[in-house]
Design a protein around this ligand. Sequence first.
Ligand code: FE2
Ligand code: FE2
Length: 175
Amino acid sequence: MTLKLFRCRICGDPYLGSEAPSFCPFCGAPQRYMVPAADYVDRNEVPNLSAVSRANLEKALDLEVKNAAFYMCASNCAPDPLAKAMFKALWRTEAEHASLICKLLKVPKPEIKPDVKACLKDPKANFEAAHGKEERAVAFYAQAAKEAAEDRVKEVFAALTEVETYHIALSAANK
Ligand SMILES: [Fe+2]
Ligand SMILES: [Fe+2]
């Protein structure tokens, strides 16, 4: 087998593998967003963001940072290695979403610290809480995708809607 270099059209991160992964290992975007690295075009330079898109991206950044901080604490305090790993994967994904939104907004990436207030300590209770968070995120991102006048912003919100929808199924299976 030979390694090929792919990039994700949503988060831009590079991936080495024999074929494109079923989901981006960084932001969770489905396979159709993975392209051979030579075909990747950086589209994060969006001139003149509309006021609506800017406000939606700012709200999305706040949401992603909060969710990443929640999952980080959920991972830290999970009593078993399986729940710890699951919350870690989710925290990494949400932190990647925050980084992507920062690129579009041209703002520095905020530091993410475990949110000990929102975290409920018990994995089942945390999956229950996560379910509500992901449902609110999906509703908001779907609306933000509709409202975006810029192709790239529309694409990012549509991809985030899809990724968080997969997270809802995951939390439903674990709560
Ligand atoms: Fe990605
Ligand atoms: Fe996210």
